[in-house]
Design a protein around this ligand. Sequence first.
Ligand code: EPZ
Length: 427
Amino acid sequence: MDRIRIKGGVPLEGVIAIGGAKNAALPLMTASLLTPETLTLENVPDLADVATMSNLLVQHGAAISMGEASSAGGHRVELSAAHITSITAPYDLVRKMRASVLVLGPLVARCGRARVSLPGGCAIGTRPIDLHISGLRQLGAEIELAGGYVEARAPKGLRGAEILFPSVSVGATEHLLMAATLAKGETLLVNAAREPEITDLAHCLVAMGAQISGIGSDRLRVVGIEGLHGATHRIIPDRIETGTYIMAAAATAGEVRLTHTRSDFVTGLVRVLAEAGVEITATEDGVVVRRRGDHLDGVDVMTEPYPGYPTDLQAQFMALMTTAQGASMITETVFENRFMHVPELARMGANINVHGASAMVRGVPRLTGAPVMATDLRASVSLVIAGLVAEGETVINRVYHLDRGYERLEDKLSACGARIERLRDGA
Ligand code: EPZ
């Protein structure tokens, strides 16, 4: 398995282009199952998760062609599910990537039937899909769980309903939004998630002919129609990649300009970092990041659904706070087990104590490099940030986690002066 070696202590200086949002690309790709016509997505990032989703969709009968990267970076991908040849999403693919369950709703909406493996456990929490299933049931699907699979049927089609989410779920909102576009009658999704990736999906569905109002709010109204058509849609920039490089720049006391992104997607982070002593200036197509003084101050953070502080930037923030002056209380409210990076950061010299859903980080003068590994994407990248700051050498194992969500991470960081390289398997 590949590893990444970092020799820390170099302030990042330069320009980083941000790619298309992974967490927008994945549901958007599944939306191609809603129509027999071609859905063309632009600004698709070249990531392991995108490849896994392509494999799954091909397995359902879709034809997918990925074009060369444009000068701005993203790829143009044409997805055409003219004929659905299989309504089963097998365990091997769903197990690899939980977002695979999002094919269930589009398949049952279009074909009246679907069989999707239950995803099982996950490194960051139990992550059940009960909200997805109960929502589809409310849309009229008959659902049974058998042999580790969700078997859904709606032979006469789905029908609109009012669905009140008891808690906010990004995936369940996306799932039911897609399914409702082809249901008979009107659907109202109440207490819907409002992440920019959901808004992006809604805009694409509208371009495909769907009737959706309330986009961007927590009440989405969908008037179902007979069929959707093809469309071309440009995926929004990745706000988590943006936030990650903002924190890498701040942690190393460098100055970095991020391009091809949007400052309005990271306002929660900007507010917190301003308190910590980081200056983030919006530019026409992104932000410039630099520190205000010679040190960072400890700041408390609590993760929440959008527009709150994102859980997907919690681990990176913790890495940043390890060398701040003072203490920082970091509370994770979205997932129950998202502190897997704590023992690894501790191996690099960080002083962190976890009490239930909160981690108390007491800043230390310096981190020291160490061999580390992590069990999920954002935990892994937090170790990259720590490695960039640490004295000496850090080797990060299980790089495949990073490849799921960060395109050309080593290239982007080394272009800003970081001493970072990938050690190929066996090196
Ligand atoms: C999405 O996951 C993202 N994934 C995650 O990105 C992100 O961390 C998460 O939203 C929260 O922002 C994609 O977009 C592909 P949820 P999702 O449903 O949809 C509970 C990354 O690193 N829940 O909003 O699975 C669940 O267990 C990642 O890129 C139920 O209880 O998240 C969690 O505690 C990983 N029942 C909370 O809700 C359900 O049926 C929020 O999960 C569904 C969710």
